[in-house]
Structure formats: structure tokens, C-alpha cells
Ligand binder design. Structure first.
Ligand code: IPE
Ligand code: IPE
Ligand code: MG
Length: 245
């Protein structure tokens, strides 16, 4: 794996989304409890974030807990909340002296979230808000439809006419680069309410491996696929725009 070849390449995704999926299945296939999959998944996430920022991906959006994940058994939800609590402490420590702004997409006013998680999340956002380097967007208690409705309700209160730019100011991701690439592990091919507004022109990749088993090599392979694609945004290729035939 020659990472140096693509490090800093201008064709790298600028804002990458990851739908972390398959933690439970990974654990089950090894005779382990689902929580073990979430733990190994969280450890892998830390490594992959480092790797991607180091590679030159500027912004990351990570789907950690959806607004629909409350439907899971209480024990699993409790375990995930405990994991987020620990993750927020670790990220605060790890990113203390780094130029990384951390934002959280999702409803942090929701009282189903443990108070510790809400307080630590707000603290982390506050501590890193003036940083101008990488952006790490943790999607926790996030739902795309809910995000759009949040924006609509805020705009209705303002009572002004809306265009795409003013609308985007009311999304959690305001200030991030356009979401150009999304990976969903575990072979599932759906978006599950992940960043619907932002993903309209994203490229997608659906590797089969479950997230805890997803390696840096797998990541490079997915990114290389993105880099080889031809993105047209409804237009034509550069060499086709010159003449009409
Ligand atoms: C992703 O893994 C983590 C979360 C959604 C929180 P899953 O827990 O969805 O794992 P599978 O899909 O059941 O294997
Ligand atoms: C999507 O995964 C949510 C996160 C990755 C946090 P799910 O495992 O919850 O999605 P579905 O239920 O398979 O659509
Ligand atoms: Mg899943």
C-alpha cells in the first residue's frame, strides 16, 4: 500500500462521510456480545480519523448514532452512551493541541441523552470552535429529516424568503466543505437518514467488510475508487463542453 502516492493529492475527498455499520454482526460472527463490536469499532474509528486527516481529507462526518437507534434494546443503547461518554473525554485529550474543530450534528437537547454526554459534547464544541483546520463532525442522535425540519422551523420564525445558501446556514454542517464521498461498511446499500441534503451529489462506496474489520488498506481502496470517478454534477465532462455535437 503506497500511501505517499495519494497523500495530499488534490483529487482526495475534501469532506468524507462514514456510515459506521456492521459492529453487531462482526461481534456475533465471533461469538461475542454486540457491545464488543461497538468497542472495537470505536477503537478503529480513532485510528481511521487520524489516518484520514493525515492523508489530507479536510472534513469528516461520522454517523455514530441515529435518531432511530433509540429503538434498540436498552442495554445496547446504554452501552453506546457509555462509549460516547468515554469517546468525548478521549477526543478532548487527543485533540487538545491540534487544529481540529469538533462539531456534533444531532439533537443535544434530547433528554434521552445522558446529561454527561450532553455536557461533554457542548464543552468539546465550545473548546474547539475557533479552530480553522480540520473539521470532525460526530453525528450523534442525528436524523437527516429532523435536521431539515429543524432548519425549516428556524426559517419560518425568521419569516424571510429562503435560498440554498440561507437554508444551509441552519444545518448542523454549516461551514463544512461539500460532502463529496460517503462510505458505508458491512455491505448495506442505504443511507439510513444520513445527511440527505448534503449527500445529493456525493459519491458512494459500499465495502462488504464490517466496520471493526475495516482496515486502512480498505480505506485506501475505497478512496482510490472515488479518485478515479468522473463527477459531472449534471453537466458534461470538461473536454465535452467545448464543442456541441
Ligand atoms: C453500527 O453497527 C453502529 C451503530 C449503528 C451504532 P450496528 O450496531 O448497526 O451493527 P449491525 O448492523 O447490527 O451489524
Ligand atoms: C445507521 O446504521 C446508523 C449509524 C451508523 C449510526 P443502522 O444499522 O442503524 O441502520 P439500518 O437500521 O440498518 O438502516
Ligand atoms: Mg447496522
Amino acid at each position: 500500500m503506497n500511501i505517499d502516492k495519494i497523500k495530499g493529492d488534490e483529487r482526495l475527498p475534501k469532506h468524507m462521510g462514514i456510515i459506521i455499520d456492521g459492529n453487531g454482526r462482526w461481534a456475533k460472527s465471533r461469538g461475542l456480545p454486540r457491545s464488543a463490536g461497538h468497542k472495537v469499532g470505536a477503537d478503529n474509528l480513532k485510528k481511521q480519523i487520524e489516518f484520514l486527516f493525515d492523508l489530507g481529507v479536510k472534513n469528516l462526518s461520522l454517523y455514530c448514532f441515529s435518531s432511530e437507534n433509540w429503538k434498540r434494546p436498552e442495554q445496547e443503547v446504554d452501552y453506546l452512551m457509555q462509549l460516547f461518554d468515554e469517546m468525548l473525554d478521549e477526543y478532548k485529550r487527543d485533540y487538545l493541541d491540534r487544529d481540529v474543530k469538533i462539531i456534533i450534528s444531532g439533537d443535544l437537547t434530547d433528554e434521552r441523552l445522558p446529561l454527561n454526554v450532553r455536557t461533554k459534547a457542548v464543552d468539546l464544541i465550545e473548546t474547539t470552535k475557533n479552530r480553522t483546520g480540520n473539521i470532525l463532525n460526530l453525528c450523534i442522535n442525528y436524523g437527516g429529516r429532523q435536521e431539515i425540519l429543524k432548519a425549516v422551523n428556524e426559517l419560518v420564525k425568521l419569516g424571510e424568503e429562503v435560498d440554498e445558501n440561507t437554508f444551509e446556514k441552519h444545518l448542523y454542517t454549516y461551514g463544512m466543505l461539500p460532502l463529496d464521498f460517503i462510505i458505508r461498511t458491512s455491505g448495506e446499500k442505504r443511507s439510513s437518514n444520513f445527511l440527505p441534503w448534503q449527500a445529493t451529489y456525493s459519491e458512494w462506496e459500499f465495502p462488504k467488510k464490517c466496520w471493526p474489520a475495516f482496515t486502512k488498506r480498505d480505506m485506501i481502496k475505497a478512496i482510490k475508487s472515488f479518485m478515479s470517478r468522473n463527477r459531472r454534477f449534471g453537466g458534461l465532462n470538461k473536454n465535452e463542453t467545448k464543442k456541441h455535437n
